[in-house]
Design a protein. Structure first.
Length: 286
């Protein structure tokens, strides 16, 4: 984790980088910090669903804000430490191994500037380095994992895969709804249920050998992700796509990055081509 954070700061110019791993099912402890001028971030406990990192944990996808204090799509339990360190623009990227979030990497600036694609891609790459290291460590500790359903009767795999995919989609949708709940206790209970669904559905998916990460049998994009990716495929910039779809440019970026992560793509063009080959987008267009 620390090595990945140091590389991220050195290669991107981010002023502060920090991160940590989950020490139980719902809380993350910030253990590694570089570039900070105060001790407030070190040891900070992040709860799933709370703040930017908690949102990242809950959605299992990267999240970013241009001005943390005024961001409307996150809760603000951690405004005190963030303000004490003077952070404004922040990106949080999950560390995901076998479809379970194991930690979060953060990068931050003390100015309210958009997180560019180059910095975002570097943060995702840093998280993947940690994912690979954790996957290797896990294999060394517990040996090869036998997936549930191995050796099942011929013809049963496709049905089981489809059923588990429905569970995964329901869990993802429920996470999104949970973040809209204002009551912290109810939100935490809903997210706990999401965690149980995620654990239940983690087995049947095939693994991506490069990073030890489980992937669903077929990638499924949400309607908004498909809409954004199709608009970008037509040659639209983020600003133009936002105008066409009635969204903010930052929201368009979020959907695009989520789609890229699901597709395992590192660039927009790669995401468009991969989605078209998977039959998620039409081949007509530029």
């Amino acid at each position: 984790m620390r090595a990945a954070l140091l590389r991220l700061r050195r290669t991107t110019g981010l002023q502060v980088v920090f991160g940590g791993l989950l020490h139980d099912g719902r809380r993350l402890r910030i253990a590694d910090v570089d570039g900070a001028v105060t001790p407030v971030l070190h040891g900070l406990s992040i709860t799933t669903g709370s703040g930017l990192g908690g949102r990242c944990l809950a959605l299992s996808r990267p999240c970013a804000v241009t001005d943390y204090a005024s961001a409307r799509h996150i809760t603000h339990e951690y405004d005190g430490p963030v303000a004490a360190e003077g952070l404004r623009s922040v990106v949080a990227v999950p560390v995901v191994v076998r479809r379970k979030v194991r930690g979060v990497l953060y990068g931050a600036l003390r100015d309210a500037l958009p997180i560019g694609d180059r910095v975002f891609d570097a943060a995702v790459a840093a998280a993947r380095d940690v994912e690979q290291a954790l996957a290797v460590r896990d294999e060394a500790r517990i040996g090869p994992v036998r997936l549930p359903g191995a050796g099942a009767a011929p013809g049963s795999g496709a049905v089981a895969g489809a059923s588990w995919e429905e569970v995964r989609q329901a869990e993802e949708e429920l996470r999104g709804l949970a973040l809209l709940v204002g009551d912290p206790e109810l939100r935490a209970r809903l997210l706990a249920v999401c965690g149980r669904l995620e654990t239940a559905s983690a087995g049947p998916g095939p693994r991506t050998a490069a990073h030890g990460v489980d992937r669903p049998p077929g990638v499924t994009l949400t309607p908004r992700e498909t809409e954004v990716l199709a608009t970008v495929a037509s040659g639209a910039t983020n600003a133009v796509a936002a105008s066409r779809l009635g969204l903010r440019p930052e929201t368009v970026k979020g959907y695009l990055r989520s789609a890229m992560r699901k597709l395992g793509a590192h660039t927009r063009l790669e995401a468009v081509v991969t989605a078209r080959r998977a039959g998620l987008l039409p081949w007509d267009g530029p």
